[in-house]
Write a protein that binds this ligand. Sequence first.
Ligand code: X90
Length: 276
Amino acid sequence: MDFKIVADSSADIKELKEVPFDMAPLSIIADNKEFVDDKKLDIKEMCDFLNTFHGKTSTSCPNTDSYLRAFGDAKYIFCITISAALSGSYSSAVTAKEIYEKRFPDRKVYVINSLSTGGEMKLIIEKLSSLILEGKDYEEIKKEIEEYRENTTLIFMLSSLKRLANNGRVSKLTAKTAGMLSIRIVGKASSEGTLDLTDKCRGEKKALLTIFENMTDLGYKGGKVRISHCFNERGAESLKNIILTAFPESDVEVYPTLGLCSYYAENGGMILGFEK
Ligand code: X90
């Protein structure tokens, strides 16, 4: 096949059936220990380590070489990254594209800044995959994927904003409002690809109902939903049930976050991408 899909590891996807796929891993760093968010990473072990580690931790985006490795030798590549407003991943991918296209003038890379992460990236990847399997050409796929993206969005629920605040992705002041036992912060991806915190809920049950309300306010009508969670299968399944009760025909998948999203969402967190 001439096509390949590449995504950074924030998409929470290790492999894809039917269409060639590779991921460019981000890394989680604690002192001199580095957790590379690839297929081999033991997420439970990393989370257990980080939850008892008191030193400084941070993350880093894939470098250009890691994108070039993921591109392999494909003719047409669709490469999707976490929001450029949150990470340098997009800019590494763009540099890799420039090098790749210069080196191989008959090959093409289309880089997509998802303005999002997690489940919304997964939806875009699933759509790319079906367009490729339908036999659409490179230019048609570019056009159709941009149209599709207008109808997807992302909501998240977090019980702590500690790591997001420590790494400068939300303000420390905002982070203080979370972190209280039983408080759940609900938010969405803004149109600029930043975190927009919308609700502070007492208890997870209330937070899940708020998520569903926000979904319908944003235009959810029973389309696909992709929910990744950090050790909160129960919460994610409850949300799935709320959605299925209202929209019994909808296609809802629940699965665990990989390393990068586990680090930022922290235990109990969940991220959901859905079609509006
Ligand atoms: O380059 C890097 O070091 C990666 C930095 C990533 C920072 C934020 C990741 C957040 C993941 C939290 C909820 C999702 C919010 C998405 C809004 C666009 C998970």
